[in-house]
Design a protein around this ligand. Structure first.
Ligand code: NIG
Ligand code: FE
Length: 399
């Protein structure tokens, strides 16, 4: 299939990126990491990209699709979500908007609802949020357990998740559940023992909420190290509500990503800059908890790789919309539209240590979006407008 008449193609091809001889620029005249090609075409073979380049040089193919002078970009890679849950917490949100602060304690409300749900109810919820996300351009998503917190409830969440994505994360260490409130060490022993044994076969990643009111640095290190020994790769909820050891622990353990990164010291920023750990920023959470925004500009200027994701969950960020997060990141976090689009595509892929998604280069999966707009800048310029007009996944148009 040939998709032609593309006004602006975002490839995220590093060879077309910053500092290279073919470095591309956008309207502002500034350099961009997006590897832009104007008046472009894309050739898809099977589930992969076979060719990208100038429309006038496109090879002949049987099947031709006219993009109508619109923008094409890689599908969004949402590298952080919590979609295995039941119920919602609209009342808690409502109270927060009249001044009540957010705390980790609300997680227990969702744990109770999730434990009471049937497998079918959990999977129906997941399917619904996935369909929502796909319509808004998410072609790869990561999702976590963390609302079961028993051996049976965590492992069933991961089993259900694994039917829908390869990027499954074991988050038994979300909070200490009520039945272990008096003895958190016993819960850490469960998370690193029997629960890990039951969950590891269904997951790729292990995560821990390292925060006051959840797990401290020593507990988090023990949990992630146990997961590594079982073949899981670490990622961390770090420095969301306060300063803490999470980010430096992520770097120490070579975690793929430190997520949230809202409260950072200079030492945290330096540690990230000297590592291959991605800082995944989740502005839906600051929006929905009315908290201060993470400083993306500071991280980018220090040379840290930044990803943008939704954190979709019923407590702190009930949005499945990556375009919404892009708009917030540009308006509130000091990112340029180009940087935000890169972070929501190639950045998400980096946070999952993948190079086969998040870019439109030969050999990558043909996961792409056609926007109802002449450029990717419109994602931030026209916030709240459903601009994603076509979604292609693995070479097939799905929306
Ligand atoms: O990433 N911070 C920990 N976990 C989620 C929130 C979970 C909840 O409030 O239900 C987050 O924001
Ligand atoms: Fe989260």
């Amino acid at each position: 299939t040939l998709i032609t008449n593309i006004a602006v193609l975002v490839t995220n091809d590093p060879s077309l990126g910053r500092g290279s001889p073919r470095s591309s620029t956008f309207e502002s005249g500034g350099e961009t990491p997006l590897g832009l090609v104007r008046d472009a075409a894309v050739v898809i073979e099977g589930d992969r990209i076979a060719w990208t380049g100038d429309r006038s040089k496109a090879p002949a193919t049987d099947n031709r699709v006219d993009a109508g002078g619109r923008a094409v970009l890689p599908g969004f890679v949402d590298s952080h979500s919590h979609l295995l849950f039941a119920g919602d917490r609209a009342e808690e949100f409502n109270a927060r908007m009249s001044g009540r602060p957010y705390g980790a304690g609300g997680i227990r409300t969702t744990v109770a609802a999730t434990r009471a749900a049937t497998d079918e109810e959990l999977e129906a919820g997941l399917t619904r949020y996935l369909a929502e996300a796909l319509r808004q351009g998410t072609t790869t998503f990561e999702t976590k357990s963390g609302y079961g917190l028993t051996v049976a409830d965590e492992s069933r969440a991961l089993r259900i998740a694994a039917r829908h994505t390869d990027e499954v994360t074991y988050l038994g260490a979300h909070v200490v559940p009520p039945e272990h409130a008096g003895d958190p060490d016993a819960y850490v022993a469960l998370v690193t023992g029997e629960m890990l044994d039951a969950c590891a076969p269904h997951a790729r990643w292990i995560d821990v909420f390292c925060e006051r009111g959840a797990f401290d640095g020593d507990q988090a290190r023990a949990i992630l190290t146990a997961g590594k020994a079982k073949g899981l790769h670490p990622r961390i909820h770090a420095n969301q509500l306060s300063h803490g050891p999470g980010v430096r622990l992520a770097v120490e353990l070579d975690a793929a990503s430190a997520d949230h990164c809202t409260h950072l010291t200079d030492a945290d920023v330096d540690a990230l800059a000297g590592s291959r750990t991605v800082a995944t920023l989740l502005p839906g959470a600051e929006f929905s908890t009315r908290a201060e925004w993470p400083d993306a500009r500071r991280l980018l200027d220090a040379g840290v790789t930044v990803a943008l994701s939704t954190d979709c969950n019923p407590g702190s960020s009930f949005t499945s919309s990556v375009p919404f997060c892009i708009a917030l990141a540009v308006r509130e976090m000091g990112m340029t539209p180009d940087e935000a689009v890169w972070s929501a595509t190639a950045g998400g892929a980096a946070a999952l240590r993948r190079t086969d998604i998040g870019r439109l280069t030969p050999g990558a999966y043909a996961d792409l979006l056609v926007l109802d707009a002449p450029s990717h800048v419109h994602l931030a310029y026209r916030p709240g407008v459903p601009l994603v007009s076509e979604v292609w996944r693995r070479g097939v148009r799905v929306c």
